[in-house]
Design a protein around this ligand. Structure first.
Ligand SMILES: Nc1ncnc2c1ncn2[C@@H]1O[C@H](COP(=O)(O)OP(=O)(O)OP(=O)(O)O)[C@@H](O)[C@H]1O
Ligand SMILES: C=C(C)CCOP(=O)(O)O
Length: 268
């Protein structure tokens, strides 16, 4: 399923060329989520192989990558009592959370560079804000990401801290960033690659497609591991807000998704 139309919203475009694909590499995929600051090297390498292959053979022309926090961001955020709604005014706490995320970002960039992917970092802490407080909308200026795309780079964003009026710094999840990017850049397709093969029903089977939160709410939970941003329930809620088709899939679904095929659970 390709070319299913872009998302609506304050579309800043992505320079000249095809609408981008937005891909999130879940923190639970690329790290060992139960062991603080530990990469899952094999899973990260396999994901980077799939990304490099899709760019090299032209299956994907323009790509924005977002990665989650896994055992880097969530561990530190949880220790400091910081979440998407609870903030901190302590600069040391911010540096613990942001520092761990930039370390993970560097590891992702390194693995992509080893495969000749022209990946460059975009750090949300330096760009974005929640001007109306923790319950308000996220402001994520996209001109740097759009321009990087237009210049042939693969921008790599990540869950991070975000300046939040009245609360200091709260957490912005990679899932929120995916939605902002997809809407603002007019994404063609959105993929969220995690450890599960899709969104699972009460029997543990993959739900092929979801078009309403209520229909699946009973099956949706938080994450199995330390997670300050809401796990699968928050993910589905965010992705339902998109016009572009979104897919939740596991490692085995990544290459098919990048080839333009259906993978895991389709959310639209
Ligand atoms: N119905 C469900 N189907 C699939 N996974 C579910 C469901 N309910 C809860 N989960 C949990 O959601 C997790 C995936 O969400 P999680 O936020 O941990 O993934 P991630 O995005 O890869 O990680 P991160 O938030 O670190 O980026 C699964 O590992 C599982 O524990
Ligand atoms: C915990 C931090 C800093 C990032 C959370 O991003 P997510 O793993 O995509 O939810």
């Amino acid at each position: 399923m390709t070319g299913d139309g872009g998302a609506s919203g304050d579309d800043v475009g992505s320079g000249s060329g095809a609408p981008p694909v937005v891909l999130k590499l879940g923190g639970s995929l690329i790290t060992e989520k139960d062991r603080p600051e530990t990469l899952d090297e094999d899973a990260l390498a396999a994901a980077c192989d799939a990304v490099a292959g899709a760019l090299a053979d032209g299956a994907v022309e323009r790509l924005v990558v977002v990665h989650g926090g896994g055992s880097f961001g969530h561990h530190h955020a949880s220790e400091h009592g910081v979440s998407t709604t609870a903030g901190t005014g302590d600069a040391d706490a911010v540096m613990d959370i942001h520092g761990a995320m930039t370390e993970l970002n560097r590891a992702v960039l390194d693995r992509l560079h080893e495969r000749d992917v022209p990946a460059v970092p975009v750090h949300p802490l330096s760009l974005s804000a929640r001007p109306e407080g923790p319950d308000g909308a996220l402001d994520l200026p996209l001109s740097s990401t759009a321009t990087l795309l237009g210049e042939g780079f693969v921008p790599v964003l990540h869950g991070d801290g975000v300046a939040t009026t009245g609360s200091g710094i709260t957490v912005v999840s990679g899932d929120e960033l995916v939605v902002e990017l997809a809407v603002g850049l007019g994404a063609r397709r959105v993929g969220v690659c995690s450890t599960v093969p899709g969104v699972l029903d009460g029997d543990g089977d993959v739900i092929p497609s979801i078009d309403s939160f209520e229909a699946v709410a009973d099956a949706l939970g938080a994450s199995d591991a330390t997670d300050v941003s809401g796990g699968m329930a928050a993910k589905v809620r965010e992705l339902l807000a998109l016009d572009a088709p979104a897919y939740v899939f596991g490692a085995a679904g990544l290459a098919p998704f990048l080839r333009g095929e259906d993978a895991g659970t389709r959310i639209d």
